[in-house]
Each structure stands twice: as C-alpha cells, then as structure tokens.
Design a binder for this molecule. Structure first.
Ligand code: AMP
Length: 191
C-alpha cells in the first residue's frame, strides 16, 4: 500500500518547509495545493485568474478545484512510496472527498501529522516570511487574520474528524526548524 500522509496545521506552522524534508527522507511526493495554485496564477491560466482573487483575500478556493488537482497528482505520479499532502484537505468536505478518492483506489489516509503553533506566532512568522517569499497573501495583517479565522472555522474541525478515525497525531511546532523536523521524523518512525 502507498502511504498517504497529511501535513496539518495553521498557516505559518512551517508545513511547506517541513514537507520538503519529510518527502526527501521518506521518498514521498510532496503535493502543496497552495504552491500548485500559485503556479496557475504565475502562468496566468483561467483557473489561476479565478483563484487569485480568493487567495489574495485570504479565502479558500472552491473544494472541487483543489480536489481535481489532488486527483490528477495521484494519477500522474510514479516512483514514490507515497504522498505528503500539504494544505489539503482544508475543509471537512475535502477530507470526505479525499476518503472517497482513496477508497476508489483501495487506499486510505495513513496518518495526519499536525504541527501546532499558537495564533500569536502565526502573525509574526507569516510577516517574517512575506519579505522572503513575496506572497501577496502574506503582506497584509488583515489578510493574515482572515486566513487564521478561515483556519479556525473551516479547517480545525478536521482534527475531530481524523481523531475519530484514529489517525490524528500532533507535534509541538514551537522551536527551530531542525527541532520540529526531528519531532516529525520521530513521529513517522513510530507509526
Ligand atoms: P497555502 O500555501 O497552503 O498557505 O495556501 C495559500 C492559499 O491557497 C490559501 O490561503 C487558499 O486561498 C488557497 N488554498 C490552498 N490550498 C487550499 C485548499 N485545500 N482548499 C482551498 N483553498 C486552498
């Protein structure tokens, strides 16, 4: 069976950074829906044009859009031991869609790896990242606040969903990149 890990956590928790290290160590394909959407915007595709306004407000793009991206990544990736999903699923509806997509392939979510940081740290981490990565949705505090609110209302309910499925695991996201990375490696090794 392929592994299907979900990297979970609020914006600014370090999912993208940690995903790269985990994917490399465990031979997983890292799929970031945020990165895929930013690629569509950069290429000026029709999908990118639609997504841009939503992303720049700090709102989510429609579930069907990201579900399609995930499915096509599953269909076109070979040579890995599994997948590391970063930024997906972000709603209960997406979590249910993922379960359907995987069960149609006789597969299932392996585990949810959650990186937890407090809300106050979200703002300072993202504001710091804005200068480095130049993301429009990182540049303005009101947009960051909207992303935090969206996380609490739409994404956080997934914790209960995956707890009930016995798949939710959490690490403390406060610390250096290497400290948090080692907590994640230890967690995966224990699974
Ligand atoms: P991220 O890079 O994961 O922080 O995502 C950046 C932005 O892309 C988010 O604030 C959303 O607007 C959009 N996005 C990324 N992943 C999803 C998703 N799974 N569902 C809906 N919108 C998403």
């Amino acid at each position: 069976m392929m592994k299907y890990y979900i990297l979970f956590g609020p914006p600014g928790a370090g999912k993208g950074t940690q995903a790269k290290a985990i994917a490399q160590k465990y031979n997983l394909k890292h799929i970031s829906t945020g990165e895929l959407l930013r690629g569509e915007i950069a290429r000026g595709t029709e999908l990118g044009l639609k997504a841009k306004q939503l992303i720049e407000k700090g709102s989510l793009v429609p579930d069907e859009v990201v579900e399609g991206m995930i499915e096509s990544a599953f269909n076109t990736t070979t040579g890995v031991e599994g997948f590391l999903l970063d930024g997906f699923p972000r709603t209960i509806a997406q979590a249910q869609a993922l379960d359907r997509i995987l069960s149609a392939r006789a597969e299932a979510v392996t585990s949810v790896l959650s990186i937890m940081i407090p809300d106050e740290m979200v703002i300072s981490r993202i504001s710091g990242r804005a200068a480095v990565e130049g993301r429009a949705d990182d540049a303005d505090e009101s947009i960051i606040r909207n992303r935090i609110a969206t996380y609490h209302s739409q994404t956080e309910p997934e914790i209960a969903y995956y707890r009930e499925a016995g798949k939710y695991r959490e690490v403390d996201g406060v610390g250096t990149i290497e400290e948090v990375r080692d907590r994640l490696f230890d967690l995966i090794d224990e699974l």
